[in-house]
Design a protein around this ligand. Structure first.
Ligand code: NAD
Length: 491
């Protein structure tokens, strides 16, 4: 299947991508023969269509994962590592095609898409390295009567559910540790961005993943299909990335079969700038934390709290940097910010901005959606944002920076923590000791201290509070896909 996007300036002539389901090592249509369209958010037009799986396809995928489970779990860690390392190299070779594919279905600027492919590939390399380093423990029981032998077994069939905002990286961040641990998998990507997931599956097939070890189910009917996957007694693990709302719904379903769950959920990241911060560094960090993927990241800085003495200079610098960002179709290299993912996303951002303005905030840059075609919202800076504005309490998921002035650092900490989310926080100060002390007072799983980017395959990514359970990346990400087995032994 070839996609050619004629609505955009030609960046590359064609991309080959499968559009069927990937089950038991074969590309096949959905059992019911249905398909659904995939859209380009830069134009609103359909790019192509993909197979629309139903419950029967979900069961077939579990059948395939079950058939492959024993052999894959028993395979040599080095053999699993080799497959993942080949996938890493292939992903680098295909970087340009994959980046363009991401841009076409997700909308993000090509530079962001290239960074995503590099980041996504790193999970294959990191877990290729981790696959051969899984250690257990041996201890002596306090009575001396026996030895305590602890090993990590593959948890078993794992259902991987991913969002649209990082269609490659959110998939590889799950597939790589699951495969390294010896689990077989079923990936259900977001229906907005199924093509990247299918392209990643095709690449893994080429890298030598045995049939049934990875299965990909694209569907427009997420509810019943995911329900079938999670309630099948053979499934043992749910690894989900997406909104807190859907995540908590799936936790309820997973409870029935007591599945192991790793949940990467929504965020509402505060970005604190203390008066002693290096202003330029804080502005550089703010732009990365706010504008990566046009603000459509779970780690996006959602709320800027700036100490009074530096507030006006920070706002001035932020406005001038945000104003310099050109928005337009992401596949055109002259634009640094692409569209939002769909019309609903624009409506949501617009509603949050309008609410803030109605309560007394001022838009010093942007503040109104851009007329179509495509789903564009301009870089926007809001000041004098009142503390009850919805935009300070809900994920914006767009290029909007609400700025709030504060006086005392205790006040900033209280504001930062006044949210049920706890994914990531950013903090800028020249005083490292103060920064570390404040970081420990912040209720989030990750803190960027004088950094606007925290994502790293070697670091434990994840949230506290309603931002999630468990961690991805690092050794912890591998352990999520294992079950501890303790063997009491005497010798
Ligand atoms: P979403 O929750 O709407 O969808 C996530 C996935 O769940 C998709 O595959 C979707 O098709 C599926 N889904 C939706 N409704 C479902 C249902 N009723 N039953 C079963 N599956 C269902 O999230 P999204 O809009 O795709 O992504 C944006 C959200 O993801 C934001 O909240 C963002 O913060 C979060 N996110 C979190 C992380 C993280 O690592 N913590 C990373 C990226 C995105």
């Amino acid at each position: 299947m070839t996609i050619m996007d004629t609505a955009l300036r030609p960046v590359s002539d064609t991309i080959d991508v499968p559009t069927e389901l990937y089950v038991a090592g074969t590309w096949r249509p959905a059992a019911g023969g249905r398909r659904f369209d995939v859209f380009n958010p830069a134009s609103g037009e359909a790019l192509t269509s993909v197979a629309d799986a139903d419950v029967n396809d979900a069961i077939a995928a579990v059948d395939a994962a079950e058939a492959a489970a024993k052999d894959w779990a028993a395979s040599a860690p080095r053999a699993r590592a080799d497959v993942l390392m080949r996938a890493f190299h292939l992903m680098h070779e295909r970087r340009e095609e994959l980046a363009l594919l991401i841009t076409l279905e997700n909308g993000k600027a090509l530079a962001d898409a290239r960074s995503e492919v590099t980041y996504a590939a790193e999970f294959f390399r990191w877990y290729a390295e981790e696959a051969v380093r899984l250690r257990g423990q041996l201890g002596v029981s306090p009575s001396g009567a026996n030895r305590i032998l602890v090993t990590h077994q593959p948890v078993g069939i794992s259902v991987l559910i991913t969002p649209w905002n990082f269609p490659a990286a959110m998939a590889t961040r799950k597939i790589a540790p699951a495969l390294a641990a010896g689990c077989t998998t079923i990936l259900k990507p977001a229906s907005e961005t199924p093509l990247t997931a299918l392209a990643v599956a095709s690449l893994l097939e080429e890298a030598g993943v045995p049939s049934g070890v990875l299965n990909v189910i694209t569907t427009k009917r997420s509810g019943p299909v995911v329900d079938a996957l999670l309630t099948d007694h053979r499934t043992r693990m749910l690894s989900f990335t997406g909104s807190t709302e859907v995540g908590s719904l799936l936790l309820r379903t997973a409870a029935d079969s007591v599945l192991k769950c790793a949940m990467e959920l929504g965020g509402n990241a505060p970005f604190l700038v203390l008066a002693d911060a290096d202003l330029d560094a804080a502005l550089d960090g703010a732009m990365v934390a706010k504008m990566r993927n046009g603000g459509q990241a779970c780690t996006a800085a959602n709320r800027f709290f700036v100490q009074a003495p530096i507030h006006d200079a920070f706002v001035e610098g932020l406005v001038s940097r945000m104003a310099a960002i050109a928005i337009g179709p992401g596949a055109d290299e002259s634009f640094q910010c692409g569209p939002l993912v769909n019309a609903g996303a624009v409506e949501k951002v617009d509603a949050l901005v309008r609410d803030a303005v109605a309560r007394g905030a001022r838009a010093v840059l942007g503040g109104r959606p851009v007329d179509g075609p495509g789903y564009f919202y301009p870089p926007t800076v809001l000041v004098d944002v009142p503390r009850d504005a919805r935009i300070l309490h809900e994920e914006v998921f767009g290029p909007v920076a609400p700025v709030v002035r504060f006086e005392q650092e205790e006040e900033a900490l209280a504001l930062a923590n006044a949210t049920p989310y706890g994914l990531v926080s950013y903090l800028y100060t020249a005083d490292l000791a103060r920064g570390l002390r404040l970081a420990q007072g912040i209720e989030s799983g990750m803190v960027g201290l004088n950094r606007g980017l925290v994502s790293d395959p070697a670091a434990p990514f994840g949230g506290s509070k309603q931002s999630g359970l468990g961690r991805e990346g690092s050794t912890e990400g591998l352990l999520e896909f294992t079950e501890i087995q303790y063997i009491a032994t005497s010798w």
